[in-house]
Write a protein that binds this ligand. Structure first.
Ligand SMILES: [Zn+2]
Length: 110
């Protein structure tokens, strides 16, 4: 798949150049209709190269976002939050609702 992703723009560019060459030859032979048609097809292939690059960038961004979203929550911020969460130390902690209390260490919950 990666080879195709890299080879396709090169094939588009070769096709665009060949069509531009054919448009030039048609112009030299006085065929305006063919010159315009071949020139337009050459431009379409040039636009396909740009669209291919845009799609490739979008795919990379989506892949990066998906990978980031699927990671487990082990960032430094998560660890800090876990450290700051109050841990009940004794029965008096519950009656003080986690506030300051006289810690007796009786009936430890942890
Ligand atoms: Zn306590």
């Amino acid at each position: 798949m990666n080879r195709l992703v890299h080879a396709l723009p090169a094939a588009y560019a070769a096709g665009a150049l060949y069509l531009a060459h054919l448009a030039t030859v048609s112009q030299q032979h006085g065929s305006t209709t063919r010159t315009v048609g071949l020139g337009a097809c050459s431009l379409l292939l040039a636009l396909a190269i740009a669209h291919h690059a845009y799609s490739r960038d979008q795919t990379r961004q989506a892949r990066t976002d998906l990978e980031r979203a699927s990671r487990p929550l082990t960032t430094a911020q998560d660890l800090t939050v876990a450290d700051l969460l109050p841990v009940p130390c004794c029965e008096a902690w519950w009656t003080a609702a986690g506030g300051e209390h006289h810690c007796t260490r009786k009936d430890q919950t942890t």
